[in-house]
Design a protein around this ligand. Structure first.
Ligand code: GSH
Length: 325
């Protein structure tokens, strides 16, 4: 792995802060696509919603990028916003493009070259997702939490499905509350567990992760979705971690106090979300496993990808019986 420093690629050691704890870097490009091109809550204006103007670079392995694929699908934005994935293996040069997973816009070799194109002096991680403006040839945003909000609302006048609102005004406070716990202990918690370099840091992260999973299991025994009567952003942000849990995080990241399969409600909830029309085609388990097990050589030096586990995400979930929150 590595990162850009003053626009130059530098291979770096795994990130931790001296106490064995994994520290996630802050994102840099924080502009917003808005219906009229006015500036959003952060960043600069000049990025109006327009069909065909924007592209999202993802890796199919990445749970943060996966959020953007889900919301693009649910909002019916496939025609308006193009998408491409880089290859599963991430080596010393970061995310790579290959013949099978090319850069459709510029034929670049690495994702970090897109960051250099956007800002020749950029210092920071070359992460996915990248929301790219084909007209101004720059990065609008590399923050998935904000990209999904733009997709949710900015394109409603341009043919997006306005009946799907993943962040309804009346539910925002509760969605934000759940998001913040789930981000810290689950979405990022699995990484803090897997990339910890001391026993204490690992145990702290893994313990907090399972405290939250136990709480979510209880909540989801009473209600079908985390907030309200339809899936919201809170559900989809949890979904992309849960779908990777037994295939990757239990083994590779040592999140193994329990498997997701041991949680009846969380397992059925995962199936319920997976079976929403269009979602299954955003999930690529073999690619996901290949990325994590082969790329993180500090965690899995042999690069061997485990065969299992067998999971059936298409099995009945029996959650229609549950009340709305
Ligand atoms: N805050 C970012 C985090 C994205 C992120 O960490 N992506 C990972 C892949 S799962 C990545 O590209 N890592 C490469 C790196 O940090 O060098 C977001 O949510 O959009």
């Amino acid at each position: 792995m590595g990162q850009l420093v003053d626009g130059k690629w530098k291979i770096d050691p795994p990130r931790e802060s001296g106490d064995g704890k994994f520290k996630r870097a802050k994102t840099h490009f924080r502009n917003w696509i808005t219906p009229d091109g006015d500036a959003g809550p952060t960043g600069m204006g000049g990025f109006p919603a327009a069909a065909g103007r924007y592209h999202i670079y993802v890796s199919l392995a990445c749970p943060w990028a996966h959020r953007t694929l889900v919301v693009r699908k649910l909002k019916g934005l496939e025609e308006q916003i193009s998408v491409s994935s880089c290859a599963a293996f991430m080596g010393d040069h970061g995310w790579e493009f290959t013949d099978e997973f090319p850069d459709p816009l510029y034929k670049k070799k690495y994702v970090h070259e897109l960051y250099q194109k956007a800002d020749a002096g950029y210092t920071g991680r070359a992460s996915v997702p990248v929301l790219w403006d084909k007209e101004r040839e720059t990065i609008v945003s590399n923050e998935s939490a904000e990209i999904i909000r733009m997709l949710n609302s900015a394109f409603d006048g341009l043919g997006a499905d306005a009946s799907v609102d993943l962040y309804p005004a009346a539910l925002r406070a509760e969605i934000d509350r759940i998001n913040s716990v789930v981000y810290d202990t689950v979405n990022n918690g699995v990484y803090k567990s897997g990339f910890a370099t001391t026993q204490a840091a690992y145990e702290e992260a893994a313990t907090a992760l399972f405290v939250t999973l136990d709480e979510l299991e209880e909540r989801l025994s009473r209600q079908r979705y985390l907030v309200g009567e339809r899936p919201t952003e809170a559900d989809w942000r949890l979904f992309t971690t849960l779908v990777r849990f037994d295939p990757v995080y239990v083994g590779h990241f040592k999140c193994n106090i329990r498997r997701l399969a041991d949680y009846a409600n969380l397992s059925n909830y995962l199936r319920d979300l997976y079976q929403v029309p269009g979602i299954a085609e955003t999930v690529h388990i073999d690619y996901i496993k290949e990325h994590y097990y082969r790329s993180h050589t500090s965690v899995n030096p042999t690069g061997i990808v485990p065969i299992g586990p067998e999971i059936d995400l298409k099995a009945p979930h029996n959650r229609e019986r549950l009340q709305a929150a």
